[in-house]
Design a protein around this ligand. Structure first.
Ligand SMILES: Cc1cc2nc3c(=O)[nH]c(=O)nc-3n(C[C@H](O)[C@H](O)[C@H](O)COP(=O)(O)O)c2cc1C
Length: 174
């Protein structure tokens, strides 16, 4: 898809078909994660790929308010910030901030790549971090930033209203 079209076509998908994602489409999503820019190219994030239905169901149950559609996804990617990768290279601010930025960019690229492959996904930020970490046996120090359930869409993407550009972009200064 043309980049401009992709940016407009990507929307949250919260209903999934019971259909397996082919390996080449998954690979495209994973490579988009790998190619994400990151502070000093240190890629201070980790991603867990979950395909087992039982684990996906458990992850869905960590949502802070019910989000049962997560359990319908064919797979879920969970992105963790990993500050440990930066400790030698940055000060306190960088160590705190960049892993979250690195992970966030990777999620964005995966979300867009999924859309480009004709797949649906939704960014899940509202979940119990401790519970999700426990389910996935995450090492201490890693913080789960978001989940990305992915599957073939079972609903049409809906374009939502956005703030006007003039409202977001401040010319030269506030
Ligand atoms: C940081 C962040 C957290 C989000 N958390 C959730 C969530 O927990 N559940 C959900 O259904 N959607 C979640 N979303 C998706 C947003 O609701 C969605 O992106 C927004 O409404 C704009 O719609 P669109 O993505 O379809 O353009 C989240 C998105 C972001 C960026």
């Amino acid at each position: 898809m043309e980049f401009r079209d992709l940016i407009k076509a990507r929307h949250a998908i919260r209903a999934f078909q019971d259909k397996e994602i082919p390996e080449e489409k998954l690979q495209a999503v994973l490579e988009a994660i790998q190619q994400a820019p990151s502070a000093k190219n240190l890629q201070s994030f980790e991603v867990v790929l979950v395909r087992q239905k039982e684990t996906i169901k458990k992850l869905a149950e960590t949502a802070l308010k019910p989000q049962p559609f997560i359990a319908e996804a064919d797979l879920v990617l969970i992105f963790f910030a990993n500050p440990e990768r930066l400790t030698e290279y940055f000060d306190k601010r960088g160590i705190k901030l960049y892993p979250i930025q690195d992970a966030t960019i990777a999620i964005t690229q995966a979300h867009l790549a999924a859309a480009n492959e004709g797949l649906g996904s939704v960014w899940i930020g509202s979940f119990d971090e401790e519970k999700a970490s426990k389910i996935l046996s995450a090492p201490t120090g890693l913080r789960p930033i978001a989940m990305l359930p992915i599957g073939y869409p079972a609903e049409e993407p809906v374009a939502k209203e956005r703030r006007a550009l003039d409202d977001i972009i401040h010319q030269e200064k506030f």
